[in-house]
Write a protein that binds this ligand. Structure first.
Ligand code: 1GP
Length: 249
C-alpha cells in the first residue's frame, strides 16, 4: 500500500503520531535505537530530516533507520538535498506561507529529477510556518515570514489555497523548538475548512498538549525537539497513548 493511502486510512480511525528524527545529528547506534523505540512505543511513522545537514550522515543513518522499522519512514526535507532512496516516501513541501520563490518552487524543481530517479513516493504538501514566539531554524533557512499566530483567517486562506492547488496534505509548523505551539483555535479553524490530512508540529512538549492539538483537529502530531534533547521511550509511549485516544470514528 502507498504511504499516502496508509495515512488516509489511519486518520479516519484516530489521531496519529509521527516522531521526527534528524539522522544527521545522531550516531548510527542512536538512530537505530531511537527509531526502533519509537515503533515499539506506538509511533505511526517516522519523519526524518532537519533544516540543515552538517555531518553528512543523513543518508547512511536513514538507511539504518529504514532497515530497523516497519512503520513508514518519510523524508521531511529542510533543504532538498535530502532526497534518498532509503525511505518509503518524501513530503514534497512547498512553503505556501512564504513569498520566497526558492521555497515555493525552486527547491522542488531541484529535487524532482532525483525523486523520479529513486522512484520515491512524493506527497505534495502545503507547508505553513506559523509564528511560534521565537526564531527557529526553518524560519531563518526559508527566509520567510511566519503567519501571525492570532490570524486564523490568514491560516485558513493559505490552507484552502494549498487544497485548491492540488496539494495532498497540509503541514502547519511553528518550527522545531518553537516557544509556543500552534494555537488550538487556528488548528480547528483550518480543520473546519479543508478536507486534506492535517499535520501539526512545533513546540509540542507534553502528551497533554499533543492530545489538545489532536482534539482541535490535527490528524498527525509531530514531536522532534523534546525527544532529541532527552530521548525517553516512556515519553514516546505517553505521546502515542495521548494522541491515539482521540478517536475519529
Ligand atoms: C518541526 O514540527 C516539527 O518541524 C517538530 O517540532 O521539534 O518542536 O517538536 P519540535
Amino acid at each position: 500500500m502507498k504511504v499516502y493511502e496508509l495515512l488516509e486510512k489511519k486518520r479516519r480511525k484516530q489521531a496519529s503520531y509521527f516522531c521526527l528524527l534528524d539522522p544527521d545529528r545522531l550516531t548510527a547506534k542512536q538512530a537505530v535505537q531511537r527509531a526502533a523505540a519509537c515503533e515499539e512505543n506506538g509511533a505511526d511513522g517516522l519523519l526524518v530530516g532537519g533544516s540543515i545537514m552538517i555531518n553528512n550522515s543523513f543518508e547512511e543513518n536513514l538507511r539504518l533507520i529504514s532497515q530497523a522499522v516497519s512503520i513508514p519512514v518519510i523524508i521531511f526535507p529542510g533543504i532538498f538535498n535530502f532526497v534518498s532512496p532509503w525511505a518509503d516516501a518524501i513530503l514534497l513541501l512547498s512553503v505556501i506561507s512564504s513569498r520566497n520563490p526558492q521555497m515555493l518552487i525552486g527547491e522542488q524543481v531541484r529535487a524532482a529529477p532525483q525523486i523520479k530517479h529513486h522512484n520515491l513516493e512524493a506527497i505534495g504538501t502545503g507547508y505553513m510556518i506559523i509564528e511560534g514566539g521565537n526564531s527557529t531554524s526553518v524560519l531563518f533557512m526559508s527566509d520567510s515570514q511566519p503567519i501571525p499566530r492570532t490570524k486564523d483567517d490568514i491560516a485558513v486562506a493559505h490552507a484552502l489555497a494549498g487544497q485548491y492547488l492540488g496539494m495532498r496534505c497540509i503541514y502547519m509548523d511553528a518550527g522545531s523548538g518553537a516557544a509556543q505551539p500552534i494555537p488550538d483555535s487556528m488548528i480547528s479553524s483550518v480543520r473546519q475548512n479543508i478536507s486534506l490530512p492535517l499535520i501539526v508540529g512545533g513546540g509540542i512538549r507534553t502528551p497533554e498538549v499533543a492530545h489538545q492539538k489532536a482534539l482541535a483537529g490535527a490528524d498527525f502530531i509531530v514531536t522532534g525537539d523534546i525527544l532529541e534533547r532527552n530521548f525517553d521511550p516512556s515519553l514516546v509511549r505517553a505521546f502515542s497513548d495521548a494522541i491515539h485516544s482521540v478517536s475519529r470514528s
